[in-house]
Design a protein around this ligand. Structure first.
Ligand code: M6R
Length: 591
């Protein structure tokens, strides 16, 4: 994962690099570092911990001519200052920052060790710096050394490289990790995503795999396969990247409370009051297609499960697979199927692997993503954007409901079900109702601060909400949590239910409420701490939280919003790092 930012020219580097890193912390935040060229020399600062810790040790360096910076999510080696980027080659010729994973780094390290290179860190990145140095020593040409290095690296990389003999230049190369460039009258820029560049550059170059080159002052020199290319600039709307807290203490809370407006925006973007506004070719294709297959990870995987339910409701065969599994075992890559790729970030590496497999097989892919211009968006046959606004908190909240509703709207467009607009409107009302009662959930969370283990139970769509609720509790509140279909409890997990174990039940469907209630009784009989989240349609005395009596497909998602609050408030009560939970990152760009 990791985020990189860099530039060349007359830039206020300290401000640009540190504020850029801060904006990239969603990609990882366990250590940070930067390097710059000042008075012909390269200076380096790095530290374990977050960007604030780095800012505290970095002096003023105005007058620098180029700089690179990095925020890390450890893949190889502990998150220590030693393993933090930038990494320097043995003779000090190359200083580099890297996002990605080098799969053959052990082999390369061995080859270099035999040739007398030594290594001070546990990282794969230090190997790249030395491969570059080795090829540079042979050819005396950095561009040629980069080309040869790319030939030898297996894996993914977006690299920013300072070369000690050309202090104003910033070299770069990219494969399978995002990297884009920007330019202004003051200089040229690179970053893992556009956000650090907003305010510095209005135009961007989205680099392709295999691109490499260098930035020098206001000039971009781009190469591919040994040939020079003219960079193609595109514009990106700055407001797409706005991420103010607007007075909220945490992004997670802000993003939960944006859900009603996210749903309204989604509704208005895809329905004009009379007609659906999806790509007509996509709708015609889906009408003719009998089978759809969803691929995704984490929360997007659970949203895909909701998508499967929606497609089955309109009589289509629908399946879902976890992308990290399917990418290595791509069964059912049926040319007759349409493949939905769900991803908030659009940059999840496991899903990009699936996208490549599908492309190679000529299959039709439909992206459902929040991130315009992301790999999943750009490289899919069709793309439907969520328009949910930037989601900053690591925990996905607003995009979960947006993904599931977008698929439901697609199904409505296929089957001509215009009344879905009333469903969405009543869902918006139900979410507002949940928001209005958030303090009740806060109170429930206060009663859970000692909980170490939790089980989430549901049946049908409510089982999907149980899965999502349990993921949130693990991720944000660090409580070991598992989700089961209610009926599975007695097939094993019931053995673990005892006093102090939290059991959260989700129930919205009248036809299965009775059997789920029976499972809750089994929990109570064993002393479990039971909290039932129910729709008003099926509520019973003693339920912990009740949402409005809307259709189960939507009611269960309103209860997911309530479960998002439960995790949020529990993490708050425990004093945890809510927006940046330990060991995680927002965008998972390594497999
Ligand atoms: O960006 P994506 O939707 O592809 O991300 C997939 C998962 O990494 C993501 O949903 C993750 O599970 C969230 N942190 C859960 O809140």
């Amino acid at each position: 994962m990791c985020g990189i930012v860099g530039g060349s020219g007359k830039i206020d580097f300290r401000n640009y690099l540190l504020s850029g890193l801060k904006k990239l912390e969603y990609r990882g935040y366990d250590s940070a570092g930067l390097a710059y060229c000042l008075d012909g020399e390269i200076k380096l600062h790095k530290t374990a911990g977050r960007v604030e810790s780095l800012a505290a040790i970095v002096p003023d360096f105005s007058g620098a001519s180029a700089g690179i910076a990095h925020t890390r999510w450890a893949t190889h080696g502990h998150p220590t200052a030693k393993n933090a980027h930038p990494h320097v080659s043995n003779q000090g010729l190359f200083t580099i920052v890297h996002n990605g994973v080098i799969e053959n780094f052990r082999f390369l390290k061995q080859q270099l060790t035999v040739r007398g290179f030594h290594f001070d860190t546990d990282t794969d990145t230090e190997v790249i710096a030395n491969v570059l140095e080795r090829f540079y020593i042979r050819s005396g040409n950095v561009i040629e050394a980069m080309r040869q290095t790319m030939e030898n690296l297996e894996g993914s990389y977006a690299l920013g490289i300072l070369f000690s003999k050309e202090p104003g230049r910033l070299y770069f190369m990219k494969k399978s990790s995002p990297l884009l460039l920007g330019a202004s009258n003051e200089g040229t820029y690179l970053a893992s995503d556009p956000v650090p560049l907003i305010g510095y550059s209005e135009k961007f170059v989205d680099l392709n795999d295999g691109d490499y080159g260098f930035l020098e002052g206001t000039e971009i020199h781009l190469f591919h396969d040994g040939k020079a290319l003219t960079p193609t600039f595109i514009k990106k709307e700055a407001d797409q990247f706005t991420n103010d807290l607007n007075g909220y203490p945490h992004y997670m809370l802000k993003e939960i409370e944006e859900i009603p407006s996210v749903l309204a925006t989604l509704r208005d973007n895809y329905f004009d009051g009379g007609d659906f506004l999806f790509d007509k070719n996509l709708i015609e294709l889906l009408k003719k297609t009998n089978k759809v297959h969803f691929l995704a990870c984490g929360t997007s995987y659970y949203a895909s499960k909701m998508g499967v339910k929606a497609f089955r409701t309109i009589g289509k065969e629908a399946y879902v697979s976890i992308a990290s599994e399917w990418g290595y075992d791509p069964y059912d890559a049926d040319p007759g199927s349409v493949y939905f790729l769900l991803s908030q970030s659009g940059e999840t590496a496991d899903l990009i692997r699936c996208q490549r497999v599908l492309q190679d097989r000529g299959a039709i892919t439909v992206a459902i993503t929040n991130t315009k211009g992301s790999t999943i968006d750009r490289k899919s046959t069709y793309s439907c954007l969520l328009y949910a606004g930037l989601e900053v908190a690591v925990a996905s909240t607003k995009t979960y409901v947006a993904q599931a509703c977008l698929v439901a709207m697609l199904c409505a467009a296929i089957s001509g079900f215009h009344d879905i607009m009333y469903d969405i409107d009543s869902f918006i009302g139900a979410v507002r109702g949940v928001i209005a009662k958030k303090e009740d959930i806060h109170e429930l969370a206060r009663g859970c601060t000692k909980v170490k283990n939790a089980f989430f139970l549901g049946r049908g769509v409510d089982y999907i909400s149980a899965l999502e609720g349990s993921l949130k509790l693990k991720e944000i509140a660090y409580v070991h949590a598992e989700a089961y279909p209610g009926g599975e409890l007695k097939h094993g997990p019931l053995a673990l239910i005892e006093k102090g174990v939290l059991v959260v039940g989700v129930v919205t469907k009248p036809e299965i409420a009775a059997s789920l209630r029976a499972n809750f009784e089994e929990v109570k009989a064993r002393g479990g701490h039971l909290l039932v989240f129910a729709s008003d349609l099926v509520k019973e005395p003693g339920d912990a939280f009740v949402c409005e009596p809307i259709k189960p497909f939507y009611a269960t998602m309103a209860l997911v919003v309530a479960l998002q609050y439960l995790s949020y408030y529990l993490a708050l009560e425990k004093g945890l790092s809510i927006d940046k939970p330990r060991n995680l990152a927002k965008s998972v760009t390594v497999e």
